[in-house]
Design a protein around this ligand. Structure first.
Ligand code: SER
Length: 317
């Protein structure tokens, strides 16, 4: 990885991944690709190059790849699960037509491509406890359908054209820089903001609903270490199960209460979010990622809570 393009650089993961890549590979070597209306700001804007990259426009992607001599693309453009249910066609256009554009440019210009999949690529028929790496993937959400297709199309480009495609199935990502927009796991981010603002939190997901989660620093490390991994050790490519923790709303609430004893939470279950959450695994088996490229997360629920509360206190004061 010498010259890197991040598509979706102002989104929840992109905004932090771009900065982390700049730290590791040099500011001028990482281009922040964004869409009109989501321009980079502050440090993200000032620390390195940026360019409009609408993933639905293949020519624009090609021009940026040529101009900056890009050899690695992190493709983070997507609609999250809940939004995708209200805009299924757009979710497909961005997730799959967009991916096709990226893969074609990558094939012609010899780029490696990272595209995340998700716990959303599984469905009700999937074994929910210790979900294996290779198992049934029959999601019924548009988000899930685009993620399974992402995995298949990325593997297709590797097997047929030798494009170096790699991906992980991200669980819910918890972060304190950029808010996620319209996901099922967003509650696990929002709850920290409520705790710091001294508000009581209304949880849209029912007690006893377990989902895999991960703190952003681990998610960034996963994306970068997989792209740096020795290709000869990879048995899988698109995409690896990875997880750092699994909890239900009550567990995260009680953990926050250790540090904010007066914090209150009530439930008002959102039927769509609940239905999606119920169709996703409770806990993933990430053995293949550990064995094939050394995946090993650093944060658990308690260390994440301490760091989130500390960072948000500073951010929101
Ligand atoms: N965080 C995502 C969502 O909730 C899951 O990958 O849509």
């Amino acid at each position: 990885m010498k010259n890197i393009l991040v598509i979706g650089a102002t989104g929840q993961i992109g905004s932090e991944l771009t900065m982390e890549l700049r730290k590791r590979y040099g500011n001028s070597n990482v281009v922040a690709g964004y869409i009109q209306g989501a321009e980079p700001k502050g440090e993200l804007k000032d620390s390195g190059p940026s360019a409009i990259v609408d993933i639905t426009d293949a020519t624009v992607i090609e021009n940026v790849v040529k101009y900056y001599k890009i050899d690695t693309i992190y493709n983070l453009a997507a609609l999250l699960s809940v939004v995708a249910e209200s805009k299924p066609k757009l979710a497909w256009k961005i997730g799959i037509d967009g991916l096709w554009n990226v893969l074609e440019v990558a094939r012609v210009y010899g780029c490696a491509v990272f595209t995340p999949s998700s716990i959303g690529s599984f469905g009700t028929d999937t074994p929910h406890i210790n979900t294996p790496q290779d198992t049934i993937q029959r999601p019924r959400t548009m988000y899930g359908i685009t993620k399974v297709t992402t995995e298949l199309l990325s593997d297709y480009y590797f097997n047929k054209y030798g494009v170096d495609t790699r991906g992980v199935r991200f669980p819910g990502i918890i972060s304190n820089v950029t808010l996620p927009g319209g996901g099922t796991t967003d509650y696990a981010v929002d709850i920290y903001y409520s705790a710091i603002k001294g508000e009581s939190f209304v949880c849209p997901i029912a007690k006893d609903t377990f989902m895999d989660m991960m703190y952003m620093p681990d998610a960034l490390n996963a994306a970068i270490s997989l792209m740096e991994a020795d290709a000869s050790k990879l048995i899988h490519r698109n995409a690896f199960n990875i997880t750092a923790m699994s909890f239900d709303p009550d567990m995260i609430y009680k953990n926050i209460c250790k540090y904010a004893p007066n914090f209150e939470m009530t439930y008002n279950v959102d039927p769509l979010k609940q239905k999606i959450a119920d169709s996703w695994p409770d806990s993933l088996d990430d053995t293949c990622a550990r064995e094939e490229w050394g995946w090993n997360p650093s944060y658990n629920l308690d260390s994440m809570t301490q760091d989130m509360l500390e960072k948000l206190k500073l951010k929101l004061k």
